[in-house]
Ligand binder design. Sequence first.
Ligand SMILES: Cc1cc2nc3c(=O)[nH]c(=O)nc-3n(C[C@H](O)[C@H](O)[C@H](O)COP(=O)(O)OP(=O)(O)OC[C@H]3O[C@@H](n4cnc5c(N)ncnc54)[C@H](O)[C@@H]3O)c2cc1C
Length: 466
Amino acid sequence: MNPLVQFLEHLPPHIPHSVDEFDRRRHLRDFTLPRAVEHLPLLVAYPRDADQVAAVMKTASACGIHVVPQGGLTGMAGGALPSAGSIALSLEKMRGIEEVDTFANTVTVLAGTPLQAVQQAAQGADRFFGVDFGSRGSCTIGGMLANNAGGNRVLRYGMTRDQVLGLEVVLADGTIISNMNKMIKNNAGYDLRNLFIGSEGTLGIITRAVLRLFPAPRSSNTLLCAVDGIDQVHRLLALARGALGAQLSAFEVMWQDFYAITHDVTGRSPLSPEAGTHFILLEALGSDEQADGMIFARFAEQAFEQGILQDAVQAQSLSDAESFWRIRDSSGELSHLWGKGAVVNFDVSVPVARAEEFVTLCREALARDIPGGEAVFFGHLADSNMHLAVPDPSGQQREAICRTVYATVRAMAGSVSAEHGIGLDKRQYLHYSRSEAEIALMWRLKQMLDPQGLLNPGKVLPESLA
Ligand SMILES: Cc1cc2nc3c(=O)[nH]c(=O)nc-3n(C[C@H](O)[C@H](O)[C@H](O)COP(=O)(O)OP(=O)(O)OC[C@H]3O[C@@H](n4cnc5c(N)ncnc54)[C@H](O)[C@@H]3O)c2cc1C
């Protein structure tokens, strides 16, 4: 029998779902570029709670149908793309804040809740959620957990993984594993949470989470500055760490060519691109506006006195700070800013001390391997996370560009994914960063938790090492 007909016959009628083409098209693609071959999901299921997710998975298991979990579809590694003959399981109807606990400093949320709603709930309780990035209005907590997303303030608050105290997950066979723990210390048995966080929907479907909150910052100081040479970047980071301590919340580095493009096209920057070779956006969040302002001013003074800074401008208002951040966030608009059509984006890690060497080697390799090959660089340098964007005007060089960049990452013992995940796009490069034994263990875990291979097939793990 046709698998979809069989699935529909077994699916309990109260589970919301659609086979309408318009709905299925909405679930065709994530934030990555369109591909030559794409697969419309046979159906989209819209469960409202963990029991309904479990019912979908039991039905899928009985019919042997593949299931692709989807959150806000803002992922950048093709992790949420439907595979051939699969159904999409969208968490978009499972949104909402269940509780903010100001004693435990936690927020309990449904997995389809957008990041921004969590940030607002925290703010409403005079608390702060530590993760933030550009897709905050659309990406969901479930997708962020599945990807272990990073963002701008990892330096201070850690990755999404570090925000999680409790988790509820539905396994491939429909079993619900619920441990909505709120306690910071809990060593009772294996830490199952961390098995699912970062597994990109291949081991289970995250349905609810208990997340940590922090005290709401009372002060915020932001500096945009220019330095000459990578040595000064490292000196500035060391000085900031010493002078600002735990208040240092962001240290974003933009190489001159990236900065020049965003400056020219957006006209937003108060510093000329000639002011230095590297531009740094530095942020400190604290608890005392007056005292922190003095500490920050002293830090900036020292950076000038020690000859680290060529030029700098400090935000005088929230709107100044936002305009500085827009320069850094222009990375999402590079294809428009550049006017060169398609852009291949990378999200890799290399040892912090070797960041400039990585830039040089990448530039050389791209110039050697790709006709007209060039790139612009920026990143969360303090987290060893480098981003680069490579124009691909013909749209034909993507594979060659990836091979060249990932080979450079491999040669430096870096990671092919710092924060966006492996998804579909990087799985053939996973072995550049993980050993054969590690990948074999990942496959054993996958086979144990999902013996029928129902959950998000073809993602993360390379078939060749199965
Ligand atoms: C403008 C912009 C800026 C961004 N900036 C950053 C950044 O700074 N740092 C960063 O890390 N990422 C960034 N991203 C990438 C993206 O927003 C994050 O990876 C986000 O975590 C994806 O969430 P989502 O809900 O959209 O997930 P989706 O794209 O829907 O799915 C992503 C993966 O998670 C799986 N999944 C989704 N929901 C669940 C669930 N409930 N249970 C199990 N698996 C699930 C999917 O199968 C897929 O593998 C950015 C994206 C954009 C568009």
